[in-house]
Design a protein around this ligand. Sequence first.
Ligand code: HEM
Length: 157
Amino acid sequence: MDDLFLARALHVLAVVHWIGGVAMVTLVILPALRAFGADADRLALFERLEGRFSGQARVSVAVAGLSGFYLAWRLDLWARFARPEYWWMHAMVTVWALFAVVLFVAEPLFLHAWFHRRAARAPVASFARVQWAHRVLLTVATVTVLGAVAGSHGWMM
Ligand code: HEM
């Protein structure tokens, strides 16, 4: 039983760090940087801030995924994936998969270099687009957190 408490605590801690960081980047850092206009230092500052956070987020995404799959396996919750009222289980796996692909595959392979080139050429449009993408991800993650907390404590849609 203790392993379940530990897995749940680690799961929530990882989600708080990871999604909280996404909220910080989306709602505080990006709007502040955009207010600087097309300043050349802005791109370097953004890359330093985002780079520092994405290293940490990789750890949190890994912990959230491992603890989440462990909970699903220990509680034998696989049948939920066939039931639409457990949409928040699908949402958790979808959000996790999206971030895992961005952080572990797209960013190291091409996303970072692509954004750097694009932002050097068209800084205003690039920052607007990156903020839009962060807003979409944060909205989906927020709905998922709401659904997962309510759903895992008994709420049924
Ligand atoms: C591989 C991905 C994931 C898996 C397999 C997974 C699995 C689980 C499982 C099995 C539970 C316990 C459900 C229950 O007790 O009824 C849970 C709880 C939870 N998960 Fe996930 N999860 C994953 C990713 C995420 C993500 C990405 C988020 C947030 C965006 C998230 C947020 C939560 C929250 C807030 C809870 C409720 C904790 C509580 O109040 O006790 N999970 N997850």
